[in-house]
Design a protein around this ligand. Structure first.
Ligand SMILES: *Cc1c(COP(=O)(O)O)cnc(C)c1O
Length: 389
């Protein structure tokens, strides 16, 4: 008897949850369209475009109707789980104007895969990547006059997902909000490259095996600011995050990091970055650099390796004259040349091209990526057209 009741109610209760569906989007236009700011006034992430995208999710119904509407404040209950237990994750990617008057996003499929991995890790809902790519495209199209023009200028896109369950119980959120905001941005370094000094940091740990350092969870970032301030007090702009008793090099600030060496005996060169072992954020820029250098640097001269390497190796090889270059890699700056690394009270000097703030490999890699991003060169499916101008 009971079994019958149970199976009956299960039958009635079965509902298909709505999936994320870009075709359902509703668009409410702003009453006052803003004018683009002059390029020299664009500060990273300080001003936003006229519209934003929001989509609510509930455990009972799945994904709701996506809304593009005027940029504005969110209203959340103070007990909302995002405020107490860190149910938050984000992405960062860019859209570019191309010479043939299109707006393109750079490898958005990679960001969507990563966003879904972040969501799954903290029990927030996942979604169909293609649908969010379409929705971001529609959002950008809405504000396309605000995508800045000029090499180095772009529209930074910030998709975000938060848990919005009210109440202080710690558990799986039954409500969530996905939103996307966009910010017109200029080049990270206004006057060409500016090489940075890093402090090799072993007293604080950014990520660890079995942890979540390979996910773009907001909770990973707040704890990294204090060590950055401490490094800044000693004259270093960023932390070079080390891990473990071996003092493996992992990342720099919120970027992946690459080192170039030249073996003084064999003359072979090597471009190296840490392997994706769960302690490294899977950067789209990192992946792009590995693909391009594996394809374009002469294999008779170069090895491109994902392997463990330590600050001790870097210090020793710098001493032997085997350290060629080092640079950070991430969406915001694309590549960021490194000129020195503070370690055990001394600076390891990283060579730069005389009279420049970069080295030749760093510069080459930056140019390869910029040419693809700004549509001077087509590369596979890396550029995704979102609007025609
Ligand atoms: C976002 C991020 C990167 C770079 O990833 P991209 O996809 O290249 O922008 C690297 N490290 C950390 C810790 C990050 O948060």
């Amino acid at each position: 008897m009971q079994r019958t009741v149970a199976s009956l109610s299960r039958g009635f209760g079965r509902r298909t949850l709505a999936t994320l569906d870009a075709s359902k989007v509703t668009i409410t236009n702003t009453s006052q369209q803003s004018q683009p700011r002059p390029n020299n006034e664009l500060v990273f992430g300080q001003t936003f475009t006229d519209h934003m995208l929001t989509v609510e999710w509930t455990k009972a119904n799945g994904w709701g109707v996506p809304e593009i509407k005027p940029y504005g404040k969110l209203a959340l209950d103070p007990s909302s789980c995002v405020f107490h237990y860190g149910f938050e994750l984000f992405e960062g990617l860019k859209a570019y104007r191309t010479p043939d008057n299109k707006i393109t996003m750079f490898r958005p499929d990679m960001n969507m895969i990563r966003m879904n991995k972040s969501a799954a890790r903290i029990c927030l809902p996942t979604f169909d990547s293609e649908e969010l790519i379409k929705l971001m495209g529609k959002l950008i199209e809405q504000d396309k006059h605000l995508v800045p023009t000029g090499t180095g200028y772009s529209l930074y896109i910030r998709p975000t997902l938060i848990g919005t369950t009210d109440g202080l119980g710690v558990g799986v959120p039954d409500r969530a909000l996905l939103f996307v905001i966009t910010s017109p941005v200029g080049p990270y370094y206004k006057t060409g490259f500016k090489a940075v000094k890093l402090e090799a940091t072993d007293y604080a740990t950014r990520a660890w095996p079995g942890g979540v350092g390979d996910k773009k969870l907001g909770a990973n970032y707040a704890p990294c600011i204090l060590p950055q301030l401490q490094a800044a007090e000693r004259g270093y702009q960023q932390n070079l995050w080390l891990f473990g008793p071996e003092k493996n090099i992992t990342e720099v600030g919120t970027m992946n990091v690459f080192f170039a060496f030249k073996d003084s005996v064999t003359g072979r060169k090597e471009l190296v970055t840490a392997p994706l072992d769960g302690t490294i954020l899977e950067g789209v820029t990192r992946d792009s650099i590995l693909s391009l250098t594996r394809e374009r640097l002469d294999p008779a001269e170069w090895d491109i390796n994902e392997r463990y390497y330590t600050i001790t190796e870097v210090a020793e090889r710098a001493k032997k004259g085997e350290l060629l270059e080092a640079f950070g890699a991430g969406t915001a700056a694309v590549v960021s040349p490194i000129k020195a690394i503070g370690w055990q009270g001394k600076d390891i000097e990283v060579p730069l091209t005389p009279g420049e703030q970069t080295g030749p490999i760093t510069k080459q890699v930056a140019e390869w990526i910029a040419n693809i991003q700004y549509g001077k060169e087509k590369y596979g499916n890396w550029s995704r057209v979102v609007a025609e101008l």
